[in-house]
Design a protein around this ligand. Structure first.
Ligand code: G3I
Length: 360
């Protein structure tokens, strides 16, 4: 027997013995190996068919800590700003896809989904539009072209879009905007018809994209969520291509009471009953200090909201607005507040992270 043959036999014997040990083969003994404990939010969420996401900005991808956490912990990203009208379409016939493309490339190289944000919004409308003196028919053409060009650029790369963002006031009336009634795209005073029109344009632009309506202060049962529900029910009844609702959830610790959480659960249930997906799109829980008591209270509330998503089969996205306190929008918008996200400014996991992981 050659040395080579003898070596092969020896290797085969070792492999056989290793398999006997690892697989429990050759006996009736069953080895009850527990499933591996999820190590990342992404692993945990995948088990429930939930995309766990974060808003992101391409300018931070060169920060190695940022890229590491985003690419390993999350299965989805969404542009915090770089797909908004003013950035992506800064001139009459000028589009700038640089930031959005960088985010898409990062997502693709980390096997992450990309959620698009946002096509129709009263905010971040560039001055060439707001100061252009356009008529309603002209604005209609501008908005349809915008939706079509942006969606077709990202077709096959962005799975779904916040087509319309924040169209309602807190009392349930429609917000006065350049797209609705100032002067609007031709449906001023006609309620949600202008929203319906944009969903039809979006569906025509990319028939395979999922289409969402996204808003804040509509998480519990309230006047705004009632108005969105009425619109959604009407759209579903008449076949308007609406796939789901985004619930932003920019909140503080006052959200943590049984009545509010029960109301959130009930609100989710009624939208789910319409056959819609529910996405938690912009969750952050702002604090006024970083004491261990505040971080623990924040962790508890993060866990409660993650659990509500897990328990609602139609909840398909659990996404925070950023992931590190280093780059959160909160301190700029709410002076004195901060510490709103699951990772601290040094990319260390906060109690909130562990609480979300456990809930998922
Ligand atoms: O890019 C410019 C930069 O060139 C300039 O030097 C700097 C000076 O202030 O401004 C930069 O633009 C800012 C942009 O964020 C990017 O950082 C804008 O001023 C600022 O208004 C903008 O704020 C964003 C805000 O939406 C308005 O678009 C926040 O980052 C973003 O977190 C926030 O996100 C919104 C969602 O889209 C919708 N739901 C609410 C949520 C929070 O407000």
């Amino acid at each position: 027997m050659s040395t080579k043959t003898s070596g092969l036999r020896c290797a085969a014997l070792i492999a056989f013995l290793a398999c006997m040990l690892a697989c429990g083969g050759g006996s009736n003994t069953t080895v009850n190996t527990p499933p591996p404990t999820p190590q990342t939010l992404r692993q945990a969420a995948t088990a429930h068919g939930i995309n766990v996401g974060a808003a992101a900005d391409s300018q931070y991808l060169s920060d190695s800590g940022y890229a590491m956490v985003l690419g390993t912990e999350y299965s989805q990203l969404q542009a915090e700003n770089e797909m908004k009208f003013g950035i992506i379409h800064p001139g009459v016939s000028t589009y700038d896809f640089t930031g959005g493309d960088a985010l898409v490339a990062f997502a693709q190289s980390h096997t992450m989904a990309v959620r698009g944000h946002t096509l129709v919004w009263h905010n971040e409308v560039p001055t060439w539009v707001t100061s252009g003196g356009y008529t309603a028919p002209q604005l209609s053409t501008i908005l349809q072209d915008h939706i079509t060009n942006v969606m077709q650029h990202y077709a096959g790369k962005v799975y779904g879009w916040d087509v319309v963002n924040e169209a309602f006031n807190d009392d349930g009336t429609l917000r006065d905007t350049i797209w609705y009634d100032q002067p609007g795209i031709g449906f001023a005073g006609l309620g949600t018809e202008y929203i319906e029109q944009t969903f039809h344009w979006a569906h025509a632009a990319d028939p395979s994209a999922k289409l969402y309506y996204n808003d804040y202060n509509a998480e519990p049962l309230d006047a705004k969520s009632d108005a969105i529900y009425a619109m959604a029910k009407d759209f579903k009844t008449r076949g308007v291509p609406l796939d789901g609702i985004g619930f932003q959830l920019h909140i503080d610790l006052t959200f943590d009471n049984p009545a509010t959480l029960a109301s959130l659960t009930s609100n989710f249930q009624r939208f789910a009953a319409l056959g819609l997906e529910l996405h938690i799109t912009e969750l952050d829980i702002r604090l006024q200090d970083s004491s261990s008591a505040s971080l623990a209270a924040q962790a508890k509330l993060y866990g409660e909201i993650a659990a509500i998503c897990v328990q609602q089969p139609s909840c398909k996205v659990f996404q925070t607005w950023g992931f590190t306190d280093k780059y959160s929008w909160i301190p700029g918008a709410f002076p004195g507040w901060g510490w709103a996200l699951p990772f601290d400014a040094n990319y260390q996991k906060k109690p909130a992270y562990t609480s979300i992981l456990n809930a998922l």
